[in-house]
Design a protein around this ligand. Sequence first.
Ligand code: HEM
Length: 479
Amino acid sequence: MIDDGIFLLTLTVLVIIQRLFFHPLRCFPGEKLAAVSLIHEAWYNTIGKLPLHAQELYKKYGDFVRTGPNQVSVNNVDALNPKHGIYERGPMYEIATLFGAAGLSTMRDRARHKIWRKIWDKGFTSAALEDYIPRVQYHVDRLMDVIQNSKEKEIRIDLRTDEFAHDVISDLGFGVEKGLQEGHGNREYFESIKLPLALVQPIGSLRMLGEFFSVFPLLKGNNPLNSAGEALFEARRSMGLSRKDIFSHLMSADYRTAPPHLVAFHGNELSSNAQVLLLAGTITISTTISMALYELSRNKDLQTRLYQELLETFPNSPYDEITVNVVKRLPYLNAVINETLRLHPPTPNGTQYIVPDDGRTIDGSWLPGGTVMRTCPFAIQRDERYFSQAEAFFPERWTTRPELIKDRNAFIPFATGPYVCVGKNLALQEIRLALANIIRVYRVSLGPSFNNKVFWDEWKDRFVLRIGPSPLVFTSRID
Ligand code: HEM
C-alpha cells in the first residue's frame, strides 16, 4: 500500500517535471498551473468566465498562451487562415459521447463529419430557407403578441426570446408546434437544462473526471438536454418522411429506414443530432436578439437610426408586411446585428482544434504537430488590432465607417472552414425579422428592475452564452 503511494507520488512528480521543463510547449508563456493540468481551465469553465480569463491572459502574455499541458490558446486571426489546411477537432468535443453520442457539432471524425454535413446542408439550402419564411414570420408574430400583451410593463426579454427560438426550431426542425410563446408546453425546460449545461464545459476540460462521473444519470443521457431532443425526434419520427423540415433530411439516412448504402446515422445518433439542433439553434438566437435589444436600449441614438431606416422602408407599418427578403438588404439593421455578434458572440469560447502532425507556423510562431489549439472569438473580436474602438458598440463600422474594421477575417461568430455554422442563414433570417418587427413598432428601454451587476454576473459561457436577467420595457410608437 505504502509502496503504491510512493510509486504514484513519484509518477506525479515526474509528470509535473516533464510538463514544466521538457514538454515541447514549455517555451510558451502562461500560468504555471495550466502547464501542469487543465484544472485551471475547468475552474474558469465552471464559473462560466473562460472567455474573460482568456482575454486577460492574452493581455498579460501575448498572442500565444499555454493553457493546458498540451494546449495553446491563440489570439491571432492567422490561426484560422485557410492556408493552414483543415484542422481536426480537439478532445473537448468528446464530451458529447459522455452525454450520449456525438452530433454534427461535436463529431471529431473528419470523414463522418463530411458525410453528415452534406445531409444537414440539405435542410438549409436557399429553397429550404424560402419555405421556412412563413413559419418564422408566424413565430415572430407570436413574439409581437407577447410584447403587446406586456402592455408596456417590463418583460424578461431573455426568457421570451428563449421561448421564441424554441418554438421556431421545434417547428422548422421537427414539425412540432410547441406553442411556448402562447403559454403551452414545458416552460420549465430552460431552468431544467441549467445544470447539465453548466457541466458540459468543465467536463470537456477534465474528461477523465467525466468518465468517472458518467455513471450518474445526469450524464448518462437521461438528463433534460438529451430527453428534450429525443422527445422531439420521436415525435418527428412518427410523422414519416413526406413532411419536409430540417430533420426529414437526417431521417432519410437513418439505419432503421434507409437502404443500407444510404445509412449515415446509427444507434442513437439521430437523437444526439436532434439535441444539437435544439441547443445550437435556440440559445444562440435568443442571446443575439436579447443582446441587440439590450444595446439598443442603452444607445437611444442608434435605436432612432435603426427606426428611421425601418420607417423609410416600411412607411405604413403595421400594415406594410416586413419581409425577410427586404430586411436582408437593410444596411443599418444588418450592421446592428453584426455588431452584436462581434461584441457578444453567442459561442464566446470558440473552437478547439488539433495542429496537424507536421506542425504549423502561425504568424511567425511555430506550433508543434498534435498541439491542442484554442481560439476565442470573444477575445479576437474585441482586439484593437482587428477592430478600432473594439470594446464599443458601434454599428457604423459596418456601414459608413469601414476604416474601424482593420481585419474582416477577425469576425468569426459563426466559425470558419468546414465546421462553419450550418444554421447561419436561418439564424440571420430569424434575428433580422424579429428585430425589424420590434423596433418598427416599439421604443425599447431598460426596465426599472434591470440590474447591471446581476446581468453581467449571470453572463456565463455554457458552451453557448447564457445572459443575465434582461427586463426591458417596450413602448408602442403607434397610436
Ligand atoms: C446567432 C446564431 C448562431 C451562432 C452565432 C452560431 C455559431 C456557431 C459556431 C461558432 C459554430 C461552430 C462550433 C464548433 O465547431 O465548435 C456553429 C456550429 C453549428 N451550428 Fe450554429 N450558430 C448560430 C445559430 C444556429 C442555428 C439557428 C442552427 C440550427 C438551426 C445552428 C446549428 C449549428 C450546427 C448544427 C453546427 C455544427 C456545424 C458543423 O459541425 O458542421 N446554429 N454555430
